[in-house]
Design a protein. Structure first.
Length: 241
């Protein structure tokens, strides 16, 4: 049992790679994360080899994956892609995050394959990652999550981030599913969809947003979001009726 917590700053100053790698397995997640960041930023050729060795140790695996991603070195693409097949769900999610740190189009295919993962959280994580890369497969996956005929019960912990991601990264591909979300019975869904359409600024959104704005039975916060979105698209102010 360790009596003292590792001092990441001192280990980094000494370039104590073995000490930092040991800290990857610390029970304190903040220390483990700091150690991963320190290793990833060292840029020492020896770091990669030590991190690859650490991948074989269960207590160090997640931190090593994060550190490999932080190096930004595309030579680790194969190892990080292989981690997407790990038996542990959280390891697979760490691998997705790490792949997104690599400046290489080769990350798209393994992330797309992760959309078929047996675990819903991993599929969701992969879809968000692909959406940030503006890959159509991730955007399609997120669009399916907000289709009323696919998702029977609205869960804003899932649907909210999906709508937000479509607004930021979906472009014209996201407009049609967001139109459907405007018709949701739950106001928080139609509210979020209106905001997302305001970010995309597709002219085809003007009429659906105007209809939402004119709905006298609509909640004021939803109509306000529609007015804000219309202003973003047309440059004109729209009063609430």
């Amino acid at each position: 049992m360790r009596l003292f917590k590792p001092n990441i700053s001192k280990l980094l100053a000494k370039k104590d790679m073995h000490g930092l790698i040991e800290a990857l397995g610390d029970n304190d997640s903040q220390i483990a994360e700091q150690a991963a960041s320190a290793l990833g930023n060292l840029r020492d050729p020896q770091v990669g080899g030590l991190l690859l060795e650490a991948l074989d140790k269960p207590t160090l695996r997640r931190g090593a994956i994060r550190a490999l991603g932080l190096t930004g070195n595309v030579r680790y693409l194969e190892q990080l892609s292989a981690a997407l097949h790990d038996s542990e769900v959280d390891v697979r999610q760490f691998a997705i995050d790490a792949l997104l740190m690599l400046p290489d189009p080769g990350v798209v295919e393994p992330l797309a394959n992760a959309l078929n993962d047996a675990n819903g959280l991993v599929r969701w994580h992969a879809a968000l990652g692909l959406a940030t890369l503006k890959d159509p497969r991730g955007i399609d996956f997120l669009a399916e999550l907000i289709e009323p005929n696919v998702l029977g019960v609205w869960d804003m912990t899932t649907v909210g981030p999906a709508i937000d991601a479509l607004g930021k990264f979906g472009g014209s591909q996201a407009v049609k599913p967001l139109f459907k979300a405007l018709q949701a019975k739950h106001s928080f869904v139609s509210d979020a969809a209106a905001e997302a359409l305001g970010k995309i600024k597709d002219p085809g959104s003007i009429e659906p947003l105007r209809l939402l704005l004119k709905n006298p039975l609509g909640l004021k916060n939803v109509r306000r979001s529609a007015a804000t979105a219309l202003e973003a698209i047309t440059g004109e102010r729209h009063s609430l009726l």
